[in-house]
Design a protein around this ligand. Structure first.
Ligand SMILES: NC(=O)c1ccc[n+]([C@@H]2O[C@H](COP(=O)([O-])OP(=O)(O)OC[C@H]3O[C@@H](n4cnc5c(N)ncnc54)[C@H](OP(=O)(O)O)[C@@H]3O)[C@@H](O)[C@H]2O)c1
Length: 316
């Protein structure tokens, strides 16, 4: 819709997108891209070694192409989204390095994995970005940020803005801010879901049926967020407008203050951010466990060969 309320049909973006990893993040992003009409399903491919996962089934149901082989995904895409766990990133980069060209734009969404550690694993001309987003991309309300590596161009930034702008908000940030973004909006939907559930519990306790309690709780969060963004007012000012003297809301807010509500939220964002930094440590140490190795072994590659190729085992 434009400012006059007239529907504008935006054309699908002509871009082949590949997901390395077909888990939750890839699914929710793909849902957003396809359902918003931003990218045609036939222009998206995802890969992961395991095919029996629910997310793989749901990704296929969208009409997205699927492969068990990450190399096929690289070959068939221009924008390559890394959507695997942070500790798997070094292994997929080693696996795919020789297939990645200077025309690919590689965007990693792995929490805590920094751009330098990715660039180090690839050819010197590889175009790399690091992003953070959230699952709300699925309903076009995602909150995406990205930071650029040494070879990413203005045109690459436009690609990010164009694509992620169709499934929510998107902005460029300094890489140093991405861990804090992870604690805020990467994890944010989980805080909101907990809040909606607890708010509806309160209403159910006071006699409201569960369904309407959840709907009203969710809409209150959507409405408050939209109001803040559209008015540009400080949240304190918007809160004051609801708190009439001696009224119900200020009594409720006093309870939240006594329970340490705001302090808890600050702690939660800090905890998520710090955990992200721990993951960065793990990623840069290339910590290897059996599960990571299992997932990174492609068909036909023996464990011994894999370990030797990755310098974990000395060749005999
Ligand atoms: N979920 C979120 O809200 C969110 C938000 C922002 C960023 N992120 C980041 O996004 C990344 C993925 O998160 P997620 O929640 O989607 O995790 P997930 O559901 O566990 O998905 C990871 C996917 O990668 C697959 N995989 C494992 N090894 C692989 C390999 N060698 N090659 C290709 N695929 C492989 C996994 O397969 P198996 O299931 O068989 O192991 C799984 O399908 C993480 O780095 C996370 O930090 C997530």
């Amino acid at each position: 819709m434009n400012s006059k309320g007239v529907s504008i049909l935006l054309k699908a973006i002509d871009m082949n997108i590949g997901f390395i990893g077909a888990g939750n993040l890839a699914l929710y992003m793909a849902q957003g891209f396809v359902k918003s009409g931003a990218i045609r399903a036939s222009q998206i491919i995802a890969s992961t070694p395991e095919t029996k996962k629910v997310t793989v089934k749901e990704i296929k149901e969208l009409g997205v192409k699927f492969s068990k082989d990450n190399k096929i995904t690289v070959e068939q895409s221009k924008l390559l989204i890394l959507a695997v766990k942070p500790k798997i990133i070094p292994f997929v980069l080693d696996e795919l390095n020789s297939y990645i060209t200077k025309d690919h734009l590689i965007v990693s969404f792995a929490a805590g994995v920094n751009i330098a550690s990715i660039e180090k694993k690839l050819q010197s001309d590889a175009k790399v970005m690091r992003g953070m987003t959230n699952t709300c991309c699925a309903v076009k309300e995602g909150a995406t940020v990205y930071a650029t590596g040494k070879n990413a161009t203005d045109q690459d930034c436009q690609i990010m803005e164009q694509i992620f702008g169709r499934v929510g908000t998107v902005e460029e940030v300094e890489e140093a801010h991405i861990d804090a973004v992870t604690g805020l909006s990467g994890s944010g939907p989980a805080y909101a879901f907990e809040a909606i559930e607890a708010l509806s519990d309160g209403a159910v306790k006071m006699g409201l049926p569960r369904g309407i309690a959840l709907r009203l709780g969710a809409q209150s969060l959507i409405g408050a967020g939209r109001m803040l963004l559209e008015t540009g007012k400080h949240p304190g000012e918007l809160k004051d407008a609801i708190c009439s003297p001696e009224g119900a809301t200020i009594y409720a807010l006093h309870h939240l203050e006594k329970g340490g509500f705001r302090s808890l939220l600050i702690d939660a964002v800090e905890a998520s951010c710090c955990r992200t930094r721990d993951l960065q440590q793990q990623g840069s140490e290339e910590a290897t466990d059996t599960e990571s190795i299992k997932k990174s072994i492609r068909e036909g590659m023996h464990l011994k060969d894999f370990l030797e190729q990755n310098g974990i085992l000395k060749s005999s």
